[in-house]
Ligand binder design. Structure first.
Ligand code: ATP
Length: 199
């Protein structure tokens, strides 16, 4: 599985539709200060389900919509699509190519599409979490996070590795199961008590 293409329109500094093709291996994005390199990363983060405007370097989510420039009027819709090559079936989907799309209107309305068909945000998040690609899965590492990973305590680092390896998902499911088991044991104890009283 690899990132094949990013299609951006009306997102941050990218007013006009822009397609960025990624080949296998390492891709570097270079350009002068303020040319939009980090906005490309923000676009990927956004389509992966980021809900925090701060993480996207804005004050509110509307800030991801192109706000206008000296030569161009502002737009009212931001849209980003991430196209993933899934020939190796790494992602739990029958499709050999998967496209994830997020759209935001200035009115605040959001839309999500999986393979160009409308879906819920949850459908995209679940697909990504099951593939270890979620927005918190360290498939994206921001500038500040490198220092954080290097300097954090061993226990914190372990959490980061578990998160990246997709172990946290199973830990939280284990926690839920243990809670249910405990509730069932409590119920059984209560039944025993009632039985004693009846005897
Ligand atoms: P640096 O090398 O300094 O880190 P960069 O190439 O990573 O810069 P970005 O931070 O991606 O650049 O882009 C910043 C530019 O994006 C700024 O000029 C900013 O005005 C523009 N920008 C961000 N959000 C919007 C928006 N909603 N509408 C229009 N332009 C925007």
């Amino acid at each position: 599985m690899h990132l094949k293409r990013l299609e951006v329109t009306g997102f941050k500094s990218f007013a006009a539709p822009l397609d960025i093709d990624f080949n296998e291996g390492i891709t570097s994005i270079v350009g002068p200060n303020g040319s939009g390199k980090s906005n490309v990363a923000d676009g990927i983060r956004w389509v992966l389900g980021e809900q925090s405007a701060k993480q996207l370097r804005g004050a509110k989510m509307e800030d991801v919509i192109f706000a206008g420039s000296d030569s161009r009027k502002r737009v009212n819709i931001a849209e980003v699509s991430l196209i993933l090559d899934n020939e190796d079936e790494y992602m739990m989907s029958d499709f050999s190519e998967i496209s994830l799309t997020r759209r935001l209107y200035r009115t605040g309305e959001s839309e999500y599409f999986l393979n160009r068909k409308p879906c819920r945000r949850k459908d995209i998040v679940d697909l990504l979490v099951d593939s270890g690609l979620g927005k918190d899965a360290y498939s994206m590492i921001g500038q500040g996070e490198v220092d954080q990973i290097l300097s954090s305590k061993p226990e914190d680092r372990r959490t980061i590795f578990e998160d990246a390896a997709g172990v946290l998902k199973y830990k939280s499911r284990k926690y839920e199961s243990e809670k249910k088991l405990q509730e069932t044991l409590d119920n059984l104890n209560r039944v025993q008590d009632i039985l004693y009283e009846l005897e």
